[in-house]
Design a protein around this ligand. Structure first.
Ligand SMILES: NC(=O)N[C@H]1NC(=O)NC1=O
Length: 192
């Protein structure tokens, strides 16, 4: 299978293969299909990035009777909220997506000591209480020690900064998931 094969896929086939390149957000893949024909696999990724970037993040202040009313626009946060906690409930209950299961296993999160699991759970809870979305990091580019360190450090960030870091991590996860699909399906990219 090559780029021509991908370009000739129905949207159902495209979704079957690329539907989870952004965790539990097949709507993004479904939208990107409209951009065919792709002239490189990088264009699939560009389509994903553009979709994500088009989602709002800003906090708007409206004036009403001289009172400021804050209306949050939460598109990008929604993408982060589709991600499971690292070493969280879904890992324990076996309900992670195949991709996430593999990524978390690779980072050593399936073989934590009970002390490590407790610490990670505590940090994840503190993070979600502060930011309102889960801590997201590209697990394939980390190991359990790096994940703990980053989680502690990122807890200190400002919410607006943390949102951007989280979205950057989502893009890294997406890149590696596409690479994985290409490798497993012998879809070798000519330029990515
Ligand atoms: N919370 C979080 O970072 N989740 C993820 N990271 C990753 O690499 N795969 C995930 O599911």
């Amino acid at each position: 299978m090559d780029l021509d094969a991908v370009n000739s896929m129905s949207y159902e086939q495209f979704l079957d293969i690329f539907g989870n390149i952004i965790e539990k957000c097949p709507i993004i893949t479904a939208a990107v299909w409209s951009r065919r024909p792709f002239s490189s696999f990088g264009e699939v990724e560009d389509g994903v990035h553009e979709f994500i970037e088009s989602l709002p993040i800003s906090v708007e202040f409206l004036e009403e009777n001289s009172h400021k009313i804050c209306t949050k626009k939460q598109g990008k946060e929604g993408i982060l909220r589709c991600h499971p906690d690292l070493a969280g409930r879904e890992l324990t209950s076996g309900t992670l997506t195949m991709e996430s299961q593999e990524e978390q296993r690779g980072a050593g999160l399936t073989s934590l000591t009970s002390q490590e699991r407790e610490r990670l759970t505590l940090l994840n809870t503190q993070y979600k209480e502060k930011f309102g979305f889960p801590f997201v990091i590209c697990a394939k580019m980390a190991d359990k020690d790096k994940i703990m360190r980053e989680l502690s450090a990122r807890l200190q960030n400002d919410p607006s900064v943390e949102l951007l870091i989280g979205i950057d991590e989502v893009k890294k996860i997406c890149h590696l998931r596409i690479q994985d699909i290409l490798r497993k399906g012998s879809l070798l990219p000519t330029k990515l």
